[in-house]
Write a protein that binds this ligand. Structure first.
Ligand code: COA
Length: 322
């Protein structure tokens, strides 16, 4: 009998503080219209001082557990994707396990930058398919605001904070149909965030903040996401019209529109959260998925294509029947 990974719950958390493009125009030399036209972003959420990746992850996770109506003790694996962990160790996943009061499960973090949640779904699916785990919690949680240089107008306009979660359970009903994940480590210079604590030498201008050559990242992202769409459809013998919803990583509306066009989809079939959330890195796909599920757009039995692209570069897709 084939074992599938079914979505049994979703959750999401956004910090209360809203930072608008207008707020940013008082911090750096930029305008609301420049940011909106180039990116599609109007505002983003910023974590309060007491909030961390694990505290936001806990809230998103509790929502997913509530939707699934299970006991948290049933979770046997927690995977947290984050580039902004509370601590180098213990992993944020271990901290979330403790926050949820789960004594008997396995927890670990993964780091795949903005592709983190898609990579997390892929890993979870392998563990469920092999029978290693029956109920898996996948979370993407990020406090990007803490690794953004708020004096750099080319990056600070893009990012926001938040957490998204999904609960998967083993089932004989089709769920995750396929995942396709890739990386190419040859692009470090185009997008990176230094770790001053562990680096042998830290350049003065680096100081632990995101550094990006946006224009070059943009071009690679559009081409790569086009290829992952082709790969996913071809490998799973699907036509464009078989996909009901595109749930993309939320980096730039123009990148998302190019992917939707490749799928022959109207933007009405795309779950967009970018305008009010910005790029929440590994949290963005699961936050968008949660929104689509909770507002009733994504319905049981429909086919969803998630895709993401991030530093590394890393990229991938997750194709699932909800
Ligand atoms: N406000 C006003 N002007 C700005 C600005 C800002 N916030 N940021 C940059 N500029 C200026 C630049 O200095 C440059 O000026 P110049 O022409 O005088 O040199 C000009 O705008 C164009 O800069 P460029 O970087 O070529 O703009 P762009 O059209 O590529 O848009 C991004 C910039 C970052 C919005 C876009 O490249 C992008 O979204 N890239 C992908 C980023 C991404 O997805 N990253 C995460 C991947 S997970």
């Amino acid at each position: 009998m084939t074992i599938w990974s079914n979505v049994i719950g979703t959750g999401g958390y956004l910090p209360a503080t809203i930072r608008t493009n207008h707020d940013l125009s008082e911090m750096v030399d930029t305008t609301d219209s420049w940011i909106y036209e180039r990116t599609g972003i109007k505002s983003r959420r910023i974590a309060d001082v007491h909030e961390t990746a694990s505290s936001m992850a806990e809230i998103a996770a509790r929502q997913a557990i509530e939707m699934a109506a299970i006991d948290a003790e049933q979770i046997d694996l927690i995977i947290v994707a984050t580039g902004t962990p509370d601590r180098v160790y213990p992993s944020t996943a271990c901290l979330v396990q403790e926050r949820l009061g789960i004594k008997n499960c396995v927890s670990f973090d993964i780091q795949a930058a903005c592709s983190g949640s898609v990579f997390g779904l892929s890993i979870a699916d392998q563990y469920i398919k092999t029978g290693f785990a029956k109920t898996v919690l996948v979370i993407g949680s990020e406090v990007c605001s803490r690794i953004v240089d708020w004096t750099d107008r080319s990056t600070c306009i893009l990012f926001g904070d938040g957490a998204g979660a999904v609960l998967l359970a083993a089932s004989d009903r089709p769920g995750i149909l396929a995942t396709h994940i890739h990386s190419d480590g040859g692009y470090e210079d185009l997008l990176y965030c230094p770790n001053p604590q562990a680096a042998a030498q830290v350049r003065q201008d680096e100081a632990g903040f995101i550094s990006m050559r946006g224009n070059e990242v943009f071009k690679v992202a559009v081409n790569t996401l086009g290829r992952i769409v082709d790969e996913t459809l071809e490998a799973n013998h699907l036509q464009q019209s078989d996909i009901d919803w595109l749930v993309p990583h939320q980096a730039n509306t123009r990148i998302i529109a190019a992917t939707a066009k490749k799928l022959g989809m109207s933007m009405d079939q795309v779950i967009l959260t970018l305008e009010t959330q910005g790029n929440t890195s590994s949290a963005s796909v699961l936050l968008a998925f949660n929104q689509g599920v909770r507002d009733g757009r994504i319905k049981r039995g429909q086919t969803v294509l998630m895709e993401a692209f991030g530093a590394g570069f890393t990229w991938g897709s997750a194709l699932l029947k909800f």
